[in-house]
Design a protein around this ligand. Structure first.
Ligand code: ADP
Length: 496
C-alpha cells in the first residue's frame, strides 16, 4: 500500500519477471536472476531473469525468423497500425498499474507517470500506428529510357537498448516506430528498471503482435546488451544512455557486421537567462530544467547562465522558491522530487557535490542526502562555478545546478558551446532578435525558448556532437528502422 496524498494505492503483484522470447515468458538459460530494488528504501521488489549471450542468441533467432518468414513485415502498414492501436488501448486500460510499477522501480513521481509517462507511451504507439500506412518511396524519371523508384523497407531485426530514467517513454519511442516500419526486435531494458518492459511484452502479445516480433531480454549491459550489439544477425541498434557506452556500441558494431547504430547520449545543457527576462518565470523554468525527474534526464539544464543585471535577484528568489520544493515519497502527490534511481547513482551525485566544494564553488542550497532510508538528495545549487570545474563539465545526472554569471551575448554563446555535448539548450528572453541569434548559434539538437523539457511526440529529439546522432520521436524516427531500395526498369522494353 502507498498513499498518494488523496487516496491509497494498492501495490500490484509483480507478475512478469522472466525473459520474453518468441511469445513466451521463460527463465534464463543459466537460471540466474538479479534483484530490482525500490529506491525509496533500497529493498528488493523482485528477482528478475538475468539474460546473457545465450538468451540473446535465442531471442535474435526468434526475431530473425519472424522477420525473414513471418507475417509482421509482410502485413500492410494499415494492418500493423490496427494491432498497434489495440496495444495502445491496452496500455491505457492498465495505466494505473503501470504507473505504480514504474514508480516502484525507478523512484519517478507516480502522478507524473500517471498523467505523462504512461499515457505518453500509449500515444506514441498511436502516433506511429497512424504512420504505418504512410511509408512511401519516391519515383525518379531518370534519363528517359528508364524509370526508377525507391521502396522503403524495414531494416530487419533491431536491438533497442533502453535507459532507466524514462523506462516507458523510451521503450515506446524506440519500439513503436520500429513496429510501424515492420521490423522485429529485441529490447534490453536497463537493469535498474526492468518491470514495465516485461509488462508491455505481455500486452503486446494480448494485442496480437505475433510471436518473435517483440522480445524482451532483461539483464546487464556488459553481457546481454553487449551480446546484442555484437550479434551478426542484428541489423540495427537504437541506444539511449551514456556517452561512454555509446562509444562501446559503435565499437561493437564496427567489429561485427557494421550494423547502423543510433545513439542518444549524455548532455550538459546550458540554460541562458537574459536580463529582460521575467525573473519569476525564469526561476520556474530553471528549476524545472534541472530538478524535473530528480535531474535524471539527459537534457537537464545543468549549466545555468544568468545575466549579471538580474543575477543577485535570481539567486535570492530561487533560494526562496526552493523552500517549497518537497523531496519525498514519489507516491505522494505533494512531492516534487523522488529518490535517485539506485545507490550507484546516489553515490555518484554526492561525489560530484564534494568535487564542487573541493574545486571552490559556493554551495548555495542543498548538497546533502535527505531522509533516513533510500536515495534522496536535496536539490542543490552551486554558485561561483568556473567553466573548468568538474561540476560544470561532466554530466552528473542528478539535481545539481551550476550557476554562472555573464555579461555579453558573445561571451555566453561561447561559454554555452564550451562542452563536448550538444543535446539541448534553453533561452529565456523576450527579445526576438536575441532568441533567434542564440538559437542558431548553439550547437545542440533541441532549443527551448521561454520553456524547457517541453516534448512532443511529433518533434524530433537527439543530439549534436558527443550527445550522439539519429533522432527519436517524430516521423524522422521511422527512418532509423527503414532502408531504401532503388528499383530501375526500362520504360520501352529492354535495350539488352
Ligand atoms: P547509466 O550509466 O546512466 O546507467 P548506461 O549507458 O550504462 O547508463 O546504460 C544505458 C543502457 O545501456 C542500459 O540498458 C545498460 O544495461 C546498457 N548498457 C550498458 N553497458 C552496455 C554495453 N557495453 N553494451 C550494450 N549496452 C550496454
Amino acid at each position: 500500500m502507498a498513499s498518494n496524498g488523496s487516496s491509497v494505492l494498492k501495490m500490484p503483484e509483480i507478475k512478469f519477471t522472466k525473459l520474453f522470447i518468441n511469445g513466451s515468458f521463460v527463465d534464463s538459460i543459466s537460471g540466474k536472476t538479479f534483484e530490482t530494488r525500490d529506491p525509496r528504501t533500497g529493498e528488493v521488489i523482485a528477482k528478475v531473469a538475468e539474460g546473457d549471450k545465450q538468451d540473446v542468441d535465442l531471442a535474435v533467432k526468434a526475431a530473425r525468423e519472424a522477420f525473414d518468414y513471418g507475417k509482421w513485415p509482410r502485413k500492410s502498414g494499415f494492418a500493423r497500425g490496427r494491432i498497434m492501436m489495440k496495444l495502445a488501448d491496452l496500455i491505457d486500460e492498465h495505466q494505473e498499474e503501470l504507473a505504480i510499477l514504474e514508480s516502484l522501480d525507478s523512484g519517478k513521481l507516480f502522478h507524473h507517470n500517471k498523467i505523462m509517462d504512461i499515457p505518453g507511451a500509449a500515444n506514441s504507439v498511436r502516433y506511429y500506428a497512424g504512420a504505418a500506412d504512410k511509408i512511401h518511396g519516391e519515383t525518379m524519371k531518370c534519363s528517359g529510357e528508364f524509370q526508377g523508384y525507391t521502396l522503403k523497407e524495414p531494416i530487419g531485426v533491431v536491438g533497442h537498448i533502453i535507459p532507466w530514467n524514462f523506462p516507458s517513454i523510451m521503450f515506446f519511442a524506440k519500439v513503436a516506430p520500429a513496429l510501424a516500419a515492420g521490423c522485429t526486435m529485441i529490447v534490453k531494458p536497463a537493469e535498474q528498471t526492468p518491470l514495465t518492459a516485461l509488462y508491455y511484452a505481455n500486452l503486446a502479445k494480448e494485442a496480437g503482435i505475433p510471436d518473435g516480433v517483440l522480445n524482451v531480454i532483461t539483464g546487464f549491459g556488459s553481457t546481454a546488451g553487449a551480446a546484442l550489439c555484437s550479434h551478426m544477425n542484428v541489423d540495427a541498434i537504437s541506444f539511449t544512455g551514456s556517452t561512454e557506452v555509446g562509444r562501446l556500441i559503435m565499437e561493437a558494431s564496427a567489429r561485427s557486421n557494421l550494423k547502423p547504430v543510433s545513439l542518444e547520449l549524455g548532455g550538459k545543457s546550458p540554460l541562458i537567462i537574459f536580463n529582460d527576462a521575467d525573473v519569476n518565470m525564469a526561476i520556474n523554468v530553471a528549476m524545472q530544467a534541472i530538478f524535473f525527474n530528480k535531474g535524471e534526464i539527459c537534457i537537464a539544464g545543468s549549466r545555468v547562465f544568468v545575466h549579471e543585471g538580474i543575477y543577485d535577484e535570481f539567486i535570492k528568489k530561487i533560494t526562496e522558491s526552493l523552500k517549497d520544493w518537497v523531496v519525498g515519497d514519489p507516491f505522494d502527490s505533494n512531492v516534487n522530487q523522488g529518490p535517485q534511481v539506485d545507490k550507484k547513482q546516489f553515490e555518484k551525485i554526492l561525489r560530484y557535490i564534494e568535487y564542487g566544494k573541493r574545486d571552490g564553488a559556493t554551495l548555495l542550497t542543498g548538497g546533502k542526502p535527505c531522509g533516513k532510508n533510500g536515495y534522496f538528495i536535496e536539490p542543490t545549487i552551486f554558485t561561483d562555478v568556473k567553466e573548468d570545474m568538474m561540476i560544470a563539465r561532466d554530466e552528473i545526472f542528478g539535481p545539481v545546478m551550476s550557476l554562472m554569471k555573464f555579461k555579453t551575448i558573445e561571451e555566453v554563446i561561447e561559454k554555452a558551446n564550451n562542452t563536448i555535448y550538444g543535446l539541448a539548450a534553453g533561452i529565456i528572453t523576450n527579445d526576438l532578435n536575441i532568441a533567434n541569434r542564440v538559437s542558431r548559434s548553439i550547437r545542440a539538437g533541441i532549443i527551448w525558448i521561454n520553456c524547457y523539457t517541453a516534448f512532443d511526440r511529433d518533434c524530433p529529439y537527439g543530439g549534436y556532437k558527443m550527445s550522439g546522432f539519429g533522432r527519436d520521436l517524430g516521423l524522422h524516427a521511422l527512418e532509423k528502422y527503414l532502408q531504401e531500395k532503388t528499383v530501375i526498369t526500362p520504360i520501352y522494353g529492354s535495350p539488352w
